[in-house]
Design a binder for this molecule. Structure first.
Ligand SMILES: Cc1ncc(COP(=O)(O)O)c(C=O)c1O
Length: 452
């Protein structure tokens, strides 16, 4: 029985898989925020290069990965697939648990899979600088790393609460030459007006996105890069699931359930979408999204058109959302504090092709500790959500006397999140669950938007 299942670099995927061709029904179109009409490719031109706009709407099943991108991927891909022997033993479960380890990338998470692709296409189209937002700092560091390989500058608006909780992520971005501002910042009109009303605003991904978009659209040589949510981001992440499928085939296994934590949906999409292709041909495989109860977008949000950011600058997307003004509680899984979700993931949940579960932050950290003490790797707080769900599945398999095969994505390591583990040990982590009233208030804001 193999503990580490490696993939021959020669077998690394050379194409990304485009799940738009296998969805249970077509996505509803994104809408222009000014006109409320379906978005045209030209509407996106101030933000993204032509190749990414094309990928966002492509109906090609397979999209070739450029040679220059494969050369950077080769630094850490293919990533290993592990059989979680230690965890299985501790749980005394008949389930076989596998995890795809994305912590080997230079930035420590899955995020470089799309950062490298986005930096490449932007550099190709003559862009000099990329702006972005970051929550936990994982995405910002991934983009700072990726831009270095293609001669671009990088400006990152980092959610203030994470900027304060995770100072070393900022240092990491600076090592790769990135410029980092705590958001809301005084660098943009959006940031300044929020700070005027609320100088202690902890920030949110929605606000940081507004700042990064404003910075990009007000500078000719600058584009914006989004670390999750959009179709092209999930597309780039499918290398995770494509590799995992190959690796499982090497040991003659196939998952009953595929699990990923879900902030905007990119690592989940990466691991799960290549299995959606099989599901579309009638194969039985469950797909599962895991989110925090403090930001329960898929489990308690509304499925409707909403803006991706607080200042209403982004296109309107049809997705599960808690409202673009929603500021989630300051939980330690900063990357899961987003009011919306990927339209692809949202549609799959809506159509019953994907399940969604939500957990409290302390039970999630307990799961992470059990994992670290049985498998060795210390997971990021976001990743702990997927681990908790995998553990629950393994326990259910034991109760039901079933040999379930569980695959989850280990989206990133937690070596720069040790202050969160410290807070957990000191008993300082609080379990937030949004009350029905709070959710109702957040959703009432959405009612005021004309589009449904
Ligand atoms: C390690 C890790 N996992 C998961 C996420 C959630 O993002 P997504 O849902 O796009 O994968 C993040 C976001 O920052 C992250 O850093």
């Amino acid at each position: 029985m193999e503990r580490v299942i490696t993939l021959d670099p020669q077998k690394m995927p050379k194409e990304w898989y485009n799940a738009l061709v296998d969805l249970p029904k077509p996505l509803e179109p994104p809408l222009n925020p000014a006109t409320g009409k379906p978005l045209t490719p030209q509407d996106l031109a101030p933000l993204f290069p032509p190749a990414l706009i094309e990928q966002e709407m492509s109906q090609e099943r397979w999209i070739p990965i450029p040679r220059e991108v494969l050369e950077v991927y080769a630094l850490w891909r293919p990533t290993p697939l592990y059989r979680a022997w230690g965890l299985e033993k501790a749980l005394n479960t008949p389930a076989r648990i596998y995890y795809k380890y994305e912590g080997t990338s230079p930035a420590g998470s899955h995020k470089p899979n799309t950062a490298v692709a986005q930096a490449y296409y932007n550099a190709q189209s003559g862009i000099k600088r990329l702006t972005t937002e970051t929550g936990a700092g994982q995405w910002g560091s991934a983009l700072a790393f990726a831009t270095k390989f293609f001669g671009l500058e990088c400006t990152v608006y980092m959610v203030r609460v994470s900027y304060e909780q995770k100072p070393y992520r900022r240092t990491m971005m600076e090592v790769w030459g990135g410029k980092v501002y705590p958001s809301p910042s005084d660098k943009t009109q959006t940031g300044r007006s929020i700070l005027e009303q609320d100088p202690d605003n902890p920030g949110s991904l929605g606000i940081a996105i507004s700042e990064a978009v404003e910075d990009a659209v007000t500078h000719e040589d600058t584009h914006y890069a989004l670390g999750s949510v959009l179709n092209h981001v999930l597309l780039h992440q499918t290398v995770i699931g494509l590799e995992a499928k190959e690796q499982l085939a090497q040991v003659g296994d196939y998952p009953d359930v595929v699990i990923g934590c879900c902030g905007g949906g990119s690592n989940l999409g990466g691991i799960a979408l290549p299995f959606l292709a099989d599901k579309a041909t009638g194969k039985e495989v469950r797909l599962m999204a895991v989110e925090p109860k403090a930001c329960p977008t898929l489990t308690k949000g509304a499925f409707t058109y909403d803006f991706g950011d607080t200042a209403r600058m982004t296109p309107l997307l049809k997705m599960y959302t808690l409202g673009h003004n929603f500021v989630p509680p300051s939980i330690h899984a900063g990357g899961l504090r987003y009011h919306g979700d990927s339209p692809i993931i949202s549609l799959l949940v809506r159509e019953g092709a994907m399940e969604a579960a939500a957990y409290y932050q302390t039970e999630v950290f307990e799961a992470g500790l059990l994992f670290a003490r049985t498998e060795g790797f210390i997971p990021a707080p976001e990743t702990n959500h997927a681990i908790k769900a995998a553990i629950d599945e393994a326990i259910k398999a034991k109760e039901e006397g079933e040999e379930r095969v569980i695959l989850f994505n280990f989206s990133g390591h937690g070596l720069l999140d040790l202050s969160s583990y410290d807070a957990f040990f000191k008993g300082e982590l609080q379990d937030y669950e949004l009350s029905d009233d709070e959710i109702k208030r957040a959703l009432e804001e959405l009612e005021k938007l004309a589009v449904r």
